[in-house]
Design a protein around this ligand. Structure first.
Ligand code: HDE
Length: 732
C-alpha cells in the first residue's frame, strides 16, 4: 500500500517537471521554509554564511592548553625518551599523532588554477529580474546573497608568482536560498579551445614541459607555440593573453566573464541566452611586462597582498554583474556560433544589462580551509539558470567533480564548511571517507513507505530544478560544426580594437614569448599563423624573433569593438588604493613630504615614505627602504624637495644598491607612471631621466611648488598610466 503511494508520488513529481504543467498552474516558485537566511543578524552583525562558518571556527588564542586530537592535555613540545639523551620511545602517542598529522598536511593542488586568493562578500540585486530568470537571488531590488570569490592564475604551481603572464580565474560562489550557484569564469572573455576533449592537450602544451618541468607558470616556451601554431582556434585567446590583459596589476582591476553562453529561464519557462560579465568599479588596468617580471622577484605575492590589504583597509572592491541578453530567435543571427567558446559577443552589438553588484568585504580566516578547500563547479546551478550545448561547458560539467574527488580524497567534500550550502541538504547519499553527518533511521532510499516518501522528489512548484526542455536530436558524430570553423575574425577584431600602445605591448609580449622557443621552425610556423590575422602584427613579431618577414596573404577587414581596450575603459572618479612612493633621505624637506602624504591619505590613496633605513629619519617614520621596495611596486612616485636629501639620493652609499633612487624615477618614467616632484625634487627628476630621449615627453609628470601640484597629481593618478610616453615600433 505504502509502496504504491511512493510510486504515485514519483509519477506526480515527474508530471510536474514538464513546463506545460508549470505554465498551466502558473505557480511561481515559493521558498519551502519561507525564511530569508540573508538578512544580517542584528545580534551577531553577521550574514548567514559567516554565522555558519563561525560554528566551525576555532580561535587557538583562547585555548589555555594544548591537547591531542582525542582531547587529552599534553606537552606536545618534547618527545618521550629513554633518558633525556636516549632514544625516543615508540609508545610516545603525542609524537606519533603530531608527526602523522604533519605528514599528511598537503593535498594535491588543483591541476589548473592552483594558485589563488579568495575573499567573502555579498551580491546585491539591482531589481526584480523575474522577467528574465526564476533565480531567487535576482528576485528583488536590494536582495543580498553571501558570496565567496576565488581569483587564480591558470598555469603556475601553487607557489608560483602572481604577476606571470596568464589568463586568470574569476570564480564566484553565491550562497543562495536555493543552494549554490558557482559562476566559474575567467578574466578574458574567449577560451582557447572549442571542445573539452582538447583541454588536456592545451594544458599539457602550456604548462611546464614534461621532461624538465620548466618553465614555471607561463606559455613562454616551445611546446605552447608549437601547439598554438598547429591549432589555430587558440589564436583569439592567445591574442588576449599576450596583450596587456594577460598581466593585470591586481585582481581588483580585472573584468570577469562566464565565457560560455548560458540560459536564463523564467518561472514560466521563458528562456533567453546570456553571456555573464563582471565590470570592475575600480577601473581596468594592467602591468607592463617589465614591471610584471620585476615584481615577481620583489614580491611574488603581489596580487594576494593587494587584495588582502584593500579589504583590510575597508576599500572593498566592487564589480557589477551584467548580462548580454540574446533572445532565442536570434540564436543564428551572428557571424559566429553562440555555442563556440572561442568567440565573444561584441558589446557594440549586444550591450550589457547590469543585474546587481558584488562587494568583497571580508578576508578568509584560514587560507587552506576556505580558499584551498572550496570546490567551485560550473554544475552548481540554481533554478532559473541553465546550461547550453557549448561542447566546452559540457565537458567541464564532468571535470570539476572528478578532479575534486581526486583533490579532496573523499566524496564528502561538500560537507566542508566552505562548501556547505545554507539550506538543508537532504538526500539518500550515505557513508564514504570522512562522513561527518549522522543520519537517523533505516531508510536511505526512495521511494519509501517507511518515512512516508521523505525526503520527497521536488517539482517546480516547490523549488525543484527544471532542465530547460531544449529539443535535441541528431546523429552521433565526432567533429565540429562548420559554424565553429572561423578562427581568425575575432583575433582580428581584438587586434584592431587595441590602441597603438596596447598593440605595441602585444607585439612585445609575442617577441618575448615566441622568442623563448629554441626551435626556429616553431617561431616561423607561429608567425605564419599571426599573418593570417594581420600582416603588420606578423611582420613586427617576425622581426623580433628573427624569422623572415611574411608577405601579406589575407585582408584584415578592420572590424572593431569599442569595449575591448583597457586604455579606453572608463576611469574611476577617485584615487582610492593608489600606491604612491615618496622618495626621502636625510635632509628631505619634511614639510613637503608630509603635506603630500597627508593629502594622499585624505584622498584614500596609500602613500609610503621610502627612506635609506627603517625607523625614524628626520622626523619621518620609515617602513620601506630603497632595499626593500622599488618603483614597480607602486602606481606613482613623488620626490619632495630638500637640497641635502636630493644630494644624498644622488650619492653612492652602501645603504642601497648604486643609483637605486634614480632607478625608482627612471622606472616610473619609462613605465608611464605619474611622477610628481617639487622644489629641488624637480632637479632630481631631470638628472634621473637625462638621456632617456627615446621616451616621449612628460605627460603625467607634474613638477612645481608642492602646494600647486596636488590636484594635477590626483588627476594623473586617476589616469594611472601615460601610454603616450612609451615608444612605438617604427615601420617594419
Ligand atoms: Fe576550468 N578547471 N576547465 N575553466 N577552471 C578547474 O577544477 C576544466 C575552463 C576555471 O577557483 C579544475 O576544481 C576543463 C573555462 C576556474 O577553485 C578542473 C575545461 C573556464 C577554475 C578544470 C576548463 C575555466 C577552474 C581544476 C575545458 C572559464 C578555478 C581544479 C573543458 C569559464 C576554480 C578544479 C577555483 C578549475 C577543468 C575550461 C575556469 C580540472 C576540463 C572555459 C576559474 O576541473
Amino acid at each position: 500500500m505504502k509502496l504504491t503511494t511512493g510510486i504515485v508520488s514519483i509519477v506526480l513529481a515527474i508530471q510536474k517537471l514538464g513546463y506545460n504543467t508549470v505554465l498551466a498552474d502558473g505557480q511561481q516558485y515559493q521558498q519551502a521554509d519561507g525564511q530569508c537566511a540573508f538578512q544580517i543578524n542584528k545580534g551577531t552583525g553577521q550574514d548567514a554564511k559567516t554565522e555558519q562558518m563561525g560554528e566551525f571556527t576555532i580561535n587557538p588564542a583562547t585555548s589555555e592548553f594544548e591537547t591531542t586530537n582525542f582531547g587529552q592535555r599534553v606537552n606536545n613540545s618534547e618527545s618521550l625518551k629513554a633518558g633525556l639523551r636516549g632514544p625516543t620511545l615508540m609508545e610516545d602517542f603525542m609524537l606519533r599523532e603530531k608527526i602523522m598529522h604533519f605528514d599528511h598536511e598537503r593535498i594535491p593542488e588543483r591541476v589548473v588554477h592552483a594558485r589563488g586568493v579568495g575573499a567573502y562578500g555579498y551580491f546585491e540585486s539591482f531589481a526584480d529580474w523575474s522577467n528574465l530568470t526564476a533565480a531567487g537571488f535576482l528576485s528583488e531590488a536590494g536582495k543580498k546573497t553571501p558570496t565567496f570569490t576565488r581569483f587564480s592564475t591558470v598555469l603556475g604551481n601553487k607557489g608560483s608568482a602572481d604577476t606571470v603572464r596568464d589568463d586568470r580565474g574569476f570564480a564566484t560562489r553565491f550562497y543562495t536560498e536555493e543552494g549554490l550557484f558557482d559562476l566559474v569564469g575567467n578574466i578574458i572573455p574567449p577560451f582557447f579551445v572549442q571542445d573539452a576533449i582538447k583541454f588536456p592537450d592545451l594544458i599539457h602544451a602550456a604548462k611546464m614541459e614534461p621532461n624538465t618541468d620548466t618553465p614555471q607558470a607561463g606559455t613562454a616556451h616551445e611546446t605552447s607555440y608549437d601547439f598554438f601554431a598547429e591549432f589555430p582556434e587558440t589564436l583569439h585567446t592567445v591574442m588576449w593573453v599576450l596583450s596587456p590583459r594577460g598581466i593585470p596589476p591586481n585582481f581588483r582591476q580585472v573584468e570577469g566573464f562566464g565565457i560560455h553562453t548560458f540560459r536564463l529561464v523564467t518561472a514560466e519557462g521563458k528562456p533567453v541566452f546570456v553571456k555573464f560579465h563582471w565590470k570592475p568599479m575600480q577601473g581596468l588596468s594592467n602591468l607592463l611586462w617589465d614591471e610584471a617580471q620585476k615584481i615577481a622577484g620583489k614580491n611574488s605575492d603581489f596580487h594576494r597582498t593587494d587584495l588582502y590589504t584593500a579589504i583590510n583597509k575597508g576599500d572593498y572592491p566592487e564589480w557589477e554583474l551584467g548580462v548580454q541578453i540574446i533572445p532565442e530567435k536570434d540564436e543564428f543571427k551572428f557571424d559566429f556560433d553562440l555555442l563556440d567558446p572561442t568567440k565573444l559577443v561584441p558589446e557594440d552589438l549586444v550591450p550589457v544589462t547590469k543585474l546587481g553588484r558584488l562587494v568583497l568585504n571580508r578576508n578568509v580566516e584560514n587560507f587552506f580551509s576556505e580558499t584551498e578547500q572550496i570546490t567551485m563547479h560550473p554544475g552548481h546551478i540554481v533554478n532559473g539558470i541553465g546550461i547550453t550545448d557549448d561542447p566546452l561547458l559540457q565537458g567541464r560539467l564532468f571535470s570539476y567533480l572528478d578532479t575534486q574527488l581526486n583533490r579532496m580524497s573523499s566524496a564528502n567534500f561538500m560537507q566542508l564548511p566552505i562548501n556547505r550550502p545554507l539550506n538543508q541538504v537532504t538526500n539518500n547519499q550515505r557513508d564514504g571517507f570522512m562522513q561527518s553527518n549522522t543520519y537517523k533511521g533505516n531508510v536511505a532510499y526512495f521511494p519509501n513507505g517507511l518515512n512516508n516518501n521523505k525526503p520527497d522528489v521536488a517539482s517546480h512548484a516547490n523549488g525543484g530544478y527544471i532542465e530547460y526542455p531544449e529539443r535535441v536530436d541528431g546523429r552521433k558524430e565526432r567533429g565540429r560544426a562548420p559554424s565553429f570553423w572561423d578562427f581568425y575574425s575575432q583575433a582580428q577584431l581584438y587586434w584592431n580594437s587595441l590602441t597603438p600602445a596596447e598593440q605595441q605591448q602585444t607585439v612585445d609580449g609575442f617577441r618575448f614569448e615566441v622568442g623563448k622557443s629554441k626551435s626556429v621552425d616553431v617561431r616561423k610556423r607561429f608567425v605564419d599563423r599571426l599573418n593570417q590575422i594581420d600582416n603588420n602584427l606578423a611582420r613586427r613579431v617576425a622581426y623580433g624573433v628573427g624569422v623572415p618577414l611574411p608577405e601579406k596573404v589575407v585582408e584584415n577587414p578592420g572590424q572593431t569593438d569599442s569595449h575591448l581596450s583597457i586604455q579606453k575603459y572608463p576611469k574611476p572618479d577617485n584615487i582610492r588604493t593608489r600606491k604612491v612612493a615618496i622618495l626621502t633621505a636625510p635632509g628631505t624637506n619634511q614639510e613637503e613630504a608630509k603635506a603630500m602624504y597627508d593629502y594622499l591619505v585624505s584622498e584614500g590613496a596609500y602613500p609610503a615614505y621610502i627612506g635609506v633605513h627603517q625607523g625614524e629619519q628626520d622626523g619621518l617614520h620609515i617602513d620601506h627602504t630603497y632595499v626593500t621596495d622599488s618603483s614597480v611596486l607602486y602606481d606613482a612616485i613623488y620626490v619632495p624637495g630638500g637640497a641635502e636629501g636630493i644630494k644624498f639620493l644622488t650619492e653612492t652609499t652602501a645603504l642601497f644598491p648604486m643609483d637605486e633612487p634614480k632607478v625608482f624615477v627612471m622606472d616610473a618614467y619609462r613605465h608611464g607612471k605619474p611622477i610628481a616632484a617639487s622644489s629641488e625634487g624637480t632637479h632630481f627628476f631631470e638628472i634621473a631621466v637625462e638621456g632617456m630621449t627615446h621616451y616621449n615627453g612628460t605627460e603625467g609628470v607634474i613638477l612645481g611648488p608642492e602646494q600647486n601640484i596636488k590636484q594635477d597629481f590626483k588627476e594623473a593618478l586617476i589616469t594611472q598610466r601615460f601610454w603616450s610616453r612609451l615608444p612605438l615600433d617604427k615601420d617594419i
